[in-house]
Design a protein around this ligand. Structure first.
Ligand code: ZN
Length: 142
């Protein structure tokens, strides 16, 4: 186990526009306010969604497209840096009218109906990612 200690900085409250892409709006907010490292939570609703599941044996993401209105029951993630770019890693749980839930890694292609995002800046260190041979993932480098 590796641990680094950071401290909380600014808290940004982000209200994305109707139709905006969820992960892109989180990234744009982080970049506009120069948040290099952070954590966030989002709730609200989406018009449609693209999520994925990481197949550990195949070492690849399998996409799931949901072309219907869904509630964002929970969306959490972090902000780090990968190859000099702001990287948003987010997971989401979405619920439908009947209370069924779908969850996975949040992908581009998720259109906001309404959203409330709280982004907490973390200070003290820049977190980058590096490819990990064993998992096939770009993991936090700490
Ligand atoms: Zn993920």
């Amino acid at each position: 186990m590796n641990i680094v200690e950071l401290s909380a900085g600014r808290i940004l409250v982000v209200k994305p526009d109707f139709g905006e892409d969820l992960i892109e709006s989180i990234k744009a907010a982080a970049e506009r306010f120069n948040v290099k490292v952070g954590v966030f939570w989002a709730i609200g609703a989406v018009k449609n969604a693209t999520i994925s599941y990481y197949d550990q044996a195949e070492k690849k993401y399998v996409r799931l497209r949901l072309d219907r209105p869904l509630e964002i029951l929970s969306c959490i993630g972090n902000v780090s840096e990968f190859k000099g770019e702001t990287l948003i890693h987010a997971h989401i749980v979405l619920g439908d009218r009947g209370g069924e839930a779908y969850g996975g890694h949040l992908e581009k292609g998720t259109e906001i109906f309404s959203g409330e995002i709280f982004l907490v800046e973390a200070k003290g260190l820049t977190l980058t990612r590096a490819y990990d041979e064993r998992t096939g993932l770009n993991l936090l480098k700490i």
